[in-house]
Design a protein around this ligand. Structure first.
Ligand code: SAM
Ligand code: SF4
Length: 347
């Protein structure tokens, strides 16, 4: 079957085999058709509204050594910070005034925030009326369970790549099996579970990207965040060539075809590689934006890769900017929590 026919088939059935996905990934002559189809599927399944989730990057301290990430513990050139609970709450309060319905708490794997501290922050934020997404890395079942009981709703943990060998090469002292165990635990605890991958990792193949997409479907992920790998100075991969905007967009669009009703953010990494990256992504399958509401110096210091988009805007400036941009493409800002399976009620 031609790539064109395969895209039509995916729109009707939400199904593609590994070989079929590879075929589409390889063929750049059909990109516009793929993007238009993903946009239509997004509209039919999750509607026109865009969910804004306020992102607080509360600690850039990390015990891990992921070879692509600027926050890896071996990088001694970045200034490390850890917000106090009061600082986190101040940012959450300001998110209320921006009208955001979800707070995303993200950090490096920072042991200072033990279960008790994390649960206390979750409870306080929950009291303000937010849905809560966590992105804190690998934890035990008991820790995830405590976060859930404290009121967390969603958890983001990218598999990064489903190529076990590549995964283990990129993540010293971490195990692919444990990563998968975390995702399984999160699902079983009732979290809306998000995963995703990096596109353009050294040694990554079309076949392994196809397997990533099929993995998202296999675990019935509720959210998929993916973006291009952007080489970061002072990391072992600083000289790698990195992913392209277009290839990340293709993987995202294919994800929308196969998982039509999930939440897909237009990621900061996409905006970093293309000046209009988020808005383009919203027109190729995405339906979520996660504005960074971290303030002051911390905004620059959460330096996972260079040139991170939007660090120059204040959170309020960014909120005004993204609102105008979203409206200019005929979309609306959601005033609901934006849970999966609630999309009809949301719109
Ligand atoms: N520590 C948590 C974790 O790893 O799940 C959350 C924070 S981590 C900075 C969030 C995501 O940043 C990772 O899942 C990874 O995909 C992405 N990331 C890290 N370094 C990157 C790079 N150089 N280019 C693009 N994305 C990167
Ligand atoms: Fe730490 Fe996450 Fe960066 Fe890995 S990707 S070094 S776990 S912050």
């Amino acid at each position: 079957m031609s790539s064109k026919k395969l895209i039509e088939k995916a729109e009707k059935t939400s199904l593609l085999t590994k070989e079929e996905i590879v075929e589409i990934l390889k063929d750049n002559s059909i990109n516009q058709q793929l993007f238009n189809t993903a946009n239509r599927v997004r509209k039919n399944f999750v509607g026109e509204s865009v969910h804004l989730r306020g992102l607080i990057e509360f600690s850039n301290i990390c015990k891990c050594s992921c070879k692509y990430c600027g926050l890896r513990k071996d990088n001694s050139t970045i200034k490390r910070y850890r917000m106090s609970s009061q600082e986190i709450m101040r940012l959450a309060q300001s998110a209320l005034s921006y009208g955001y319905k979800t707070i995303v708490l993200q950090s490096g794997e920072d042991a200072f925030f033990d279960t008790e501290k994390m649960c206390s922050i979750i409870r306080k934020i929950k009291k303000l009326g937010f849905a809560i997404t966590l992105s804190l890395g690998e934890k035990t079942f008991e820790e995830y369970q405590a976060y859930k009981h404290a009121g967390a709703d969603r958890y983001l943990l990218r598999i990064e790549t489903t190529d076990k060998k590549l995964y283990e090469n990129l993540h010293p002292f971490m195990s692919f099996e444990n990563r998968k165990r975390c995702l399984k635990d999160l699902k079983s605890l009732g979290f809306e579970t998000g995963t995703g991958c990096l596109v353009g990792l050294p040694g990554q193949t079309y076949e392994s990207l196809a397997e990533d997409i099929l993995f998202f479907k296999e675990i019935d992920a509720d959210m998929i965040g993916l973006g291009p790998f952007i080489p970061c100075p002072q990391t072992p991969l600083e000289k790698a060539s990195g992913g392209t905007f277009e290839s990340a967009l293709k993987v995202m669009a294919l994800t929308r075809l196969l998982l039509p009703d999930i939440n897909i953010p237009a990621t900061t990494a996409m905006e970093t590689l293309h000046p209009n990256g988020r808005i383009i992504a919203l027109q190729c399958g995405a339906n979520v934006v996660m504005p960074d509401i971290t303030e002051g110096e911390y905004r620059q210091q959460y330096a996972i890769y260079p040139g991170k988009a939007d660090v120059q805007n204040t959170p309020l400036e960014y909120k005004d900017k993204i609102t105008v941009q979203i409206q200019s493409i005929g979309r609306t800002i959601s005033d609901t929590f934006g849970f999966r399976n609630n999309h009809l009620k949301n719109n």
